[in-house]
Design a protein around this ligand. Structure first.
Ligand SMILES: [Zn+2]
Ligand SMILES: [Zn+2]
Length: 106
């Protein structure tokens, strides 16, 4: 899982879509052809898609995939609702049950 090393290094550019490491200064991923750069809306600088903030003016270029996922899961509010807590507890309890049943069989 490439959680670290998302920034351009000596090795090349990491594709935001397929995590393929592209050598040199390619504009597109050589594996899946997705764009590796976005243009900053504020200052017009060329920013890597794997970076969420413009290095020139600190303007947020786009949301990171994690934040997008979080937004999709929890909506606009950053707080976890009671219903979501209950669902998580049920899931955790279910997983616990499965583990105990599986363990008792051996
Ligand atoms: Zn790619
Ligand atoms: Zn900028």
């Amino acid at each position: 899982m490439p959680s670290k090393n998302l920034v351009q290094g000596e090795k090349g550019l990491l594709c935001p879509k397929c995590s393929h490491l592209n050598p040199g200064d390619l504009k597109q991923c050589e594996y899946c052809n997705s764009q590796l750069f976005v243009k900053c809306k504020k200052c017009g600088a060329k920013v890597q898609r794997v970076i969420s903030k413009c290095p020139e003016c600190r303007h947020r270029v786009h949301m990171s995939p994690f934040r997008e996922l979080k937004k999709r899961l929890f909506g606009k509010s950053q707080k976890i609702t009671l219903a979501q807590t209950v669902i998580m507890m049920i899931v955790a309890y279910g997983a616990f049950k499965v583990i105990t049943i599986a363990a008792s069989k051996f």
